[in-house]
Design a protein around this ligand. Sequence first.
Ligand code: OSB
Ligand code: MG
Length: 370
Amino acid sequence: MKIERVELQRLNMPMRFRFETSFGSTQMKDFILVSVYGDGVVGYGESVAMPDPLYNEETTDTVWGILEQFLIPRLLSAQPQTPDEVRELFAPIRRNNMAKSALEGAFWDLYCKQKGISLAKALGGDKTEIDVGISIGIEPSVDDVLEKVGLALEQGYKKIKVKIKPGFDVKVVEGIRKRFGDDVPLMADANSAYTLAHIDLLKELDQYGLIMVEQPLAHDDIIDHAKLQAEMSTPICLDESIHTVEDARKAIELGSCKIINIKIGRVGGLAEAKEMHDLCQAHGIPVWCGGMLEAGVGRAHNVAITSLPNFTIPGDTAAASRYWDEDITTPSIELIAPGKLAVPDGPGIGYELNHQAVGKYVIRSSNFRP
Ligand code: OSB
Ligand code: MG
């Protein structure tokens, strides 16, 4: 196979709602779509970096720069033939995981399309459909959250995740339990908004039977999380703190968490995500696929990785129409039954690009050739 061209397109896509976390709020999806062309087919990847470095250190601009200056030139000159070769090629470049993942993901899609196999199969996935959950942001009031939870339950979402921050935590969880009962599969995501000084408050959450609390402490911590986990009965799940398989190994060894949220972008690509999945499986640590408000291409990659067997907890991969008036794939990624998405069996990600939608949202593009 010869890689003939890589195209970067920056898209600005308005979201159907404002999404707020403990670190900030957004209503415009600003991201990079990567297309890799070779032997008459094209593979697609999507960067999940946000415009501001608030979730992690990468931004839409840094991803563009790292791709343009380092990753694309390496890919075009080395002409790797397998995803493993791409991973090796990118390994000497420190971090910049979302940039690596966007291009690696596009290569995986191209590779699978050339082989005529689905991305899910190539990764070792065996499911034909997946259970999915929904992530509900911080809202102006608890009642606003309750209204969104009610709508999500009507659509059959299999897990409800609510964002919390100091001053908007116990009352949210308590409100959901009071209104919807103890059987709702519920979890809370703090996006690093607490410290060990909040330990009594965090322990109060134990009485609500949450499936987990996600990343309560610092974005770069696994030590204090181990101390907290020893004091809390609710399982801790790590998101921001885990960037590599090695990070996961250390967190498991220290007892910093009992569950891991795998985001393909945060860990630098599908190969790393698969290996992290395997390591967690060997240690009896369940995983789930976290969302980054992906457009259709990123969402399709999330569906494929979730087809692996140790993704036993429903992730954040809600239906595309929750986020977008018109997404960038055809068909749009929608529920096939309450709380369920299909795992496509067509080549690669199994969805076509909606070129007309891409044309509507693109604000900048560049092409690169060997
Ligand atoms: O922490 O999981 C997170 C979105 C942006 C940044 C971080 C997170 C999130 C979400 C969104 O929770 C989940 C989704 O894609 O719906
Ligand atoms: Mg999170």
